[in-house]
Design a protein around this ligand. Structure first.
Ligand code: NAG
Ligand code: NAG
Ligand code: NAG
Ligand code: NAG
Ligand code: NAG
Ligand code: NAG
Ligand code: NAG
Ligand code: NAG
Length: 416
């Protein structure tokens, strides 16, 4: 048996392999592609919600079983097989799913990845109820801000709620850098905003931006944040775009000059810029803010199974032993902890990294798209080059992130 020398672990912590470059390119091409094929015939009036009729706040019953007890860490637990309550929707029942995530339709033959339910060790998660969520979003906007991982979470949330809304009373429009799903009868919107670094960068144009020559303006956020003003519930995330090289070109302060920054330093400065905006602009009484920790990647199978030499391709079961991949950078996690810890505004952490680390089986692998097209047969037979071990199939892991978000919102509703 030949053994291949694993790459430098230290570098592994920080750098995703070159393959990632192409995935990021694809991610972008996707945005272009999606924006071109805007779905349905939705007018701008629908978008502005000009004809919502009645605004009656119905009380939501929150039973004791639906309350997460104080002190229960819902991010600690295990995946249990549950083909009765999972998944909440199917590829066929949610027409809003983009081709990028419909793994089964794209040729994946196993479907067990859809049947795992996250079970916290110390308590239960409330069962997701779309009507309750919509009621909590009545007259409100929920916005996911970040990169293509966040777009997956947005897609998941839309699919989780859309089945309870009649045709003609729901719409999805793309107005780059935003995607907006509206539930007309609730005057509610679920939105996605493309900002892969949160702060401004040359990758912000949702449909046309450079990938390889990226640079980030670590102290600038206004171009984005003016579109976040007043949003009732904000969920932020930013990680994978930073992790391309150990250094990143950036500007910070004066004189205005592009220089190479250590990625961990750059991330810290960007988070500080973001935090300043939060302190200045968020009204804790009327707005809620969440920050999602990094979504893990499964690029090197030897990390969970010594002696192997693959990636997430062909994986059909979650990892059952303690596991943390080197792709989830601990310095960055530390920065998130510090920044959120110092904020006066309460920003809740959705610490989904560990629970998602177990899900080596959940990625799109070779059953996604590349440059807006499904992989060819030849590409599929070369998973080492073409498997996408960053993005997730839907239904799948991001549904759990949303169930946890739902649990938090339900909690707030009950105590408000
Ligand atoms: C659900 O899982 C159980 C246990 O693995 C299996 O016996 C059963 O056939 C499954 N049901 C469906 C509908 O797949
Ligand atoms: C409809 O929702 C928007 C956005 O959240 C809100 O500003 C507006 O006040 C709502 N309309 C009514 C009639 O409540
Ligand atoms: C922010 O917006 C201003 C005015 O539209 C523009 O000149 C500037 O280039 C933008 N900054 C970035 C980083 O795109
Ligand atoms: C994309 O951006 C580049 C550089 O800013 C520009 O030269 C090019 O014309 C743009 N392409 C499109 C299709 O807008
Ligand atoms: C920063 O930009 C310079 C000039 O374009 C380039 O030569 C260098 O490789 C870039 N550095 C990184 C880390 O991308
Ligand atoms: C970047 O900073 C981190 C933490 O300070 C350090 O461990 C790492 O060696 C630095 N990387 C480079 C390429 O300078
Ligand atoms: C994937 O699994 C199939 C069936 O179990 C097997 O025939 C194939 O060799 C595996 N491919 C890789 C690259 O591990
Ligand atoms: C998130 O959870 C992991 C363990 O699951 C922990 O190591 C990490 O410190 C947590 N992150 C933050 C920012 O609290």
């Amino acid at each position: 048996m030949t053994t291949q020398a694993p790459p430098d672990r230290r570098l592994g912590q920080l750098i995703f392999p070159v393959a990632l470059t192409s995935l990021l390119v694809l991610g972008m091409v996707r945005v272009v592609f999606e924006s071109l094929k805007s779905r349905g015939n939705v007018s701008i009036l629908d978008l502005l919600g000009s004809h919502h009729s009645r605004v009656v706040k119905l009380p939501i019953m929150v039973s004791d079983e639906e309350v997460i007890p104080d002190g229960c860490n819902v991010f600690e637990g295990k995946w249990i097989w549950d083909n009765v309550s999972a998944p909440h929707y199917t590829e066929d029942s949610c027409s809003y799913l983009v081709k990028q995530v419909t793994c089964k339709r794209n040729g994946r033959t196993d479907s067990e990845y859809q049947n795992w339910r996250w079970q916290p060790s110390a308590c239960n998660l409330p069962r997701f109820n779309a009507l309750k969520l919509l009621e909590m979003l009545r007259n409100k906007r929920l916005m996911f801000v970040g990169d293509s991982i966040q777009r997956g979470m947005f897609d998941s949330m839309v699919c989780l709620v859309q089945s309870v809304i009649a045709d003609g009373k729901k719409s999805l429009v793309r107005i780059p850098p935003r995607k907006i799903f509206r539930a007309e009868e609730y005057n509610a919107s679920i939105e996605y905003y493309w900002a892969p670094f949160l702060v401004e960068s040359n990758s912000d144009h949702a449909t046309n931006h450079t990938v390889l020559k990226r640079f980030v303006k670590l102290d600038s956020i206004d171009n984005h944040s003016k579109q976040w003003e007043g949003v009732d519930i904000l969920v932020f995330e930013s990680y994978v775009w930073w992790m391309y090289k150990p250094l990143i070109n950036a500007t910070y302060g004066f004189p205005y000059k592009v220089g190479e920054y250590n990625v961990t330093t750059a991330y810290k400065l960007a988070m500080q810029t973001w935090a300043n905006w939060i302190e200045k602009s968020i009204s804790p009484i009327t707005q809620k803010v969440f920050f999602m920790s990094m979504s893990p990647t499964h690029l090197w199978s030897w990390e969970w199974e010594a002696g192997t030499d693959g990636n997430c391709f062909n994986e059909t079961r979650p990892i059952e032993k303690p596991y943390w991949g080197t792709g989830s950078n601990l310095d960055i996690m530390g920065t998130i902890k510090n920044v959120l810890g110092k904020l006066k505004v309460n920003v809740r952490l959705l610490n989904i990294t560990q629970l998602s680390e177990f899900r080596k089986d959940g990625h799109t692998s070779v059953y996604g798209e590349r440059k807006g097209k499904l992989l060819t047969r030849e590409q599929r037979s070369d998973p080492k080059t073409y498997a996408d071990c960053i993005h997730w199939c839907l239904p799948g892991v991001p549904d759990t992130w949303n169930e946890i978000l739902y649990g938090h919102l339900l909690q707030d509703y009950r105590t408000s």
